[in-house]
Design a protein around this ligand. Structure first.
Ligand code: SF4
Ligand code: FES
Length: 251
């Protein structure tokens, strides 16, 4: 199959622009990243700069890949990262526009690759428990209700790809933050720091320049791991309690 790619090219903070490339003789069995690999081999052979894009596992589990394809984070398939998107989902002759995530909190490093260090800093602000580590406890030592375990596991599926931010008209990272707050907040082990965690992580979220959630729900639609906005509702409840506690109103 033959495709036309309009790819955003940008070196760091410099002004970016779209460049057009012909991707000819591609197989429908290729993943989207394999297609870019072939385009890059041809660019290198022609003495041109390859297109920069992030990737690692190429199995939909690490969260490294991700860019906009025709305005959609990770492309058109629901619950699918761009590394798991195959060219059979496109037609011969298609014209595709590839852009990086666009958000103040994700500065462009190069082309389709952005700096997602803001997510690491949000996790570092509170996405952990300070329990002593050491030998693993007996699995039965702390009983976890089944519903809580299921909800915590669903939240823990977030791979920190950033598609939720890219989809949001406010560039909010609330879905990501809510998932990281919830996967500990549903477990007994996460209770001692539950409220201080939500305060610290939301404060860091705001400090990174991400916008507020205004309930558009675009994040949930774009999320390749189908994280639900219900977790944002839970974060908001916890945040409310945390702020009351902070003021001593509940003590
Ligand atoms: S909530 Fe979904 S879209 Fe957002 S970072 Fe996590 S996996 Fe990616
Ligand atoms: S490269 Fe790991 S999720 Fe796509």
């Amino acid at each position: 199959m033959n495709l036309t790619l309009h790819v955003w090219r940008q070196n760091g903070a410099e002004q970016g622009r779209f460049e057009t490339y012909r991707a000819e003789g591609m197989s429908e069995h290729m993943s989207f990243l394999e297609l870019l690999d072939v385009v890059n081999e041809r660019l290198i052979a022609a003495g041109q700069d390859p297109i920069a894009f992030d990737h690692d596992c190429r199995e939909g589990i690490c969260g490294m890949c991700g860019f906009m394809i025709n305005g959609e984070p990770h492309g058109p398939l629901p619950a699918t990262t761009v590394c798991q998107l195959h060219m059979r989902n496109y037609r011969d002759g298609d014209e595709l526009w590839l852009e990086p995530w666009r958000a103040k909190g994700f500065p462009v490093l190069r082309d389709l690759a952005v700096n997602r260090g803001a997510f690491d800093r949000i996790i570092a602000a509170g996405g952990f428990t300070t329990a002593r580590t050491g030998t693993a406890l007996d699995a039965h030592a702390v009983l976890v209700p089944k519903d809580s375990a299921e909800l915590a596991m669903d939240a823990a599926e977030c791979i920190a790809c950033g598609a939720c931010v890219a989809a949001c008209p406010n560039a909010s990272a609330m879905l990501f933050t809510a998932a990281k707050v919830a996967h500990l907040g549903y477990l007994p082990q996460g209770q001692p720091e539950r409220y201080q965690r939500v305060l610290a992580m939301v404060e860091q979220h705001d400090a990174e320049g991400f916008g507020h959630c205004t309930n558009h729900g675009a994040c949930q639609t774009a999320c390749p791991k189908e994280i639900k906005v219900d977790y944002i509702a839970r974060l908001n409840r916890d945040l409310r309690v945390a702020r009351f506690r902070d003021r001593g109103a509940l003590d």
